[in-house]
Design a protein. Structure first.
Length: 438
């Protein structure tokens, strides 16, 4: 195998470069999916890199500009630019096929990557000092990275590659976040951003699991993207009954106790039918067995099941994980939060992590939580891109005028505003809607 020539298609690489020179707008079709390192021939790689850079800067893509860029970046002697481009332009190339050419180049690139990864895996297997479980996990990561991610997040790219992708995203109005259906919350946060680690923290019985269920259901239903809910707090059956309550408007406490009126059976069947049509997955692995690596592995499996797609991930709740007898729980939770943030970036999904608030809030006159109240916070707050703290006055004050109101304090927002918004919340049905009061 080592003596064989690695997979490549020189003609397809040449056709891409020629197509871009003939029709510079053609680069818009390939910029988001094709990186310069995918080219086998170095000359082609440099010419494409120059074209991407010019495109990102909004400059014309022509022979003079390409040659000037290569000269400025000391790559001219490696590309043979003018002579090479002149040679390419003599070929009979159809620019309408550039996407197909890019697919061919990417296919050969991933074959080369897979060959290299398999060689690494083979070498690791021969080295008996390596732990077998580590080899499994590393092998899975390598293969998954190639199978699922055609843009390969597991690599370093030139800034021009990212800028080209960003421009394409803007031109095509590609969304980078999910709306929540709660207009005031969306106004504050901009929605649930991909790659964000989102902490939802509150004291017990404030409604944080209900809010997570609402958001999971909203994304799965409205975007038809798979949502994975890791429930270290309650059983999968109980959690499923919460989702069923949301779809049937049957009191969740009665559903949990299997107390259904005869008149509700038809509604129940219809609700189950609706839930089956939603790409919603529940994992209720016990907290003692749930780790960052197991979450990552399970997400790879589910992503493959849905053709590489994932919409949203929820974990309820983070303080359940790790060694609960450890003397430094903050350090344990900090390590876990770092892993969860990495997972959010790796899968390009919003990762909602529920967290408990310290009991210290109970002895204060104002029981609204603040960032410092997050239990065993450690690096949790630091790793989070968005932190939402929940409070319901009616929980503490039976005579409260805000019986159905939940306050959501956006206490940290790395990419937007902070502030408090109110929503209406029915804790029997898990129903959320906009607050229209004064």
């Amino acid at each position: 195998m080592i003596d064989k020539i690695l997979p490549h298609n020189t003609e397809a690489e040449e056709a891409i470069i020629a197509s871009i020179i003939i029709d510079p707008k053609a680069i818009e079709q390939v910029a988001p999916i094709l990186s310069s390192e995918a080219f086998y021939v170095n000359q082609h790689s440099h010419l494409y890199e120059a074209s991407l850079a010019l495109y990102s800067q909004g400059l014309p893509i022509d022979l003079i500009q390409i040659e000037d860029w290569l000269r400025q970046h000391n790559k001219l002697k490696f590309s043979g630019s003018k002579a090479k481009i002149t040679q390419l332009l003599k070929q009979n190339i159809s620019t309408v096929n550039i996407s197909q050419y890019a697919a061919i180049v990417m296919d050969k690139y991933y074959r080369r990557k897979l060959i290299a990864d398999c060689q690494d895996i083979t070498a690791a297997c021969y080295d008996e000092t390596n732990i077998l479980s580590d080899i499994y996990e590393q092998s899975e990561a390598k293969i998954y990275g190639l199978k699922v991610d055609n843009n390969s997040k597991f690599k370093t790219l030139a800034v021009s590659d990212y800028l080209a992708e960003a421009i394409h995203s803007i031109n095509n109005e590609k969304f980078t976040h999910y709306a929540t259906g709660l207009s005031d919350l969306d106004s504050l946060t901009g929605g649930l951003n991909k790659t964000d680690l989102i902490i939802v923290a509150a004291r017990a019985s404030m409604g944080k699991t209900w809010l997570a269920c609402y958001l999971a259901n909203y994304v799965a239903s409205n975007y038809q993207l798979p949502v994975v809910f890791f429930s270290a707090e309650m059983s999968g059956q109980y959690l499923a009954k919460r989702f069923l309550a949301m779809h049937t408007l049957i009191d969740s406490s009665r559903l949990i106790k299997n107390m259904i009126y005869e008149s509700e059976y038809e509604i129940l069947v219809e609700g189950i039918k609706k839930l089956k049509e939603i790409p919603l997955e529940i994992n209720d692995t016990p907290a003692s067995s749930l780790t960052g690596s197991k979450i990552r592995s399970e997400l790879r499996r589910i992503s493959s099941k849905y053709d590489g797609q994932l919409g949203l991930v929820v974990l309820d709740y983070v303080q359940k994980l790790g060694n609960r007898e450890a003397s430094n729980r903050a350090q344990v939770i900090g390590a876990i939060s770092g892993q969860l943030k990495d997972i959010a970036k790796e899968f390009s999904i919003p990762f909602i992590v529920l967290a408990q608030i310290n009991r210290g809030t109970e002895i204060r006159n104002d029981k609204r939580p603040v960032l410092a109240d997050i239990k065993d916070s450690g690096d949790l707050e630091q790793d989070a891109d968005l932190v939402m703290l929940l409070y319901r006055d009616s929980y503490y004050n039976s005579n409260s005028s805000s019986q159905d109101v939940m306050e959501i304090n956006v206490a940290k927002n790395r990419n937007g505003e902070t502030g408090i918004c109110k929503v209406l919340f029915d804790p029997t049905l898990g129903k959320f809607c906009d607050f229209n009061g004064s």
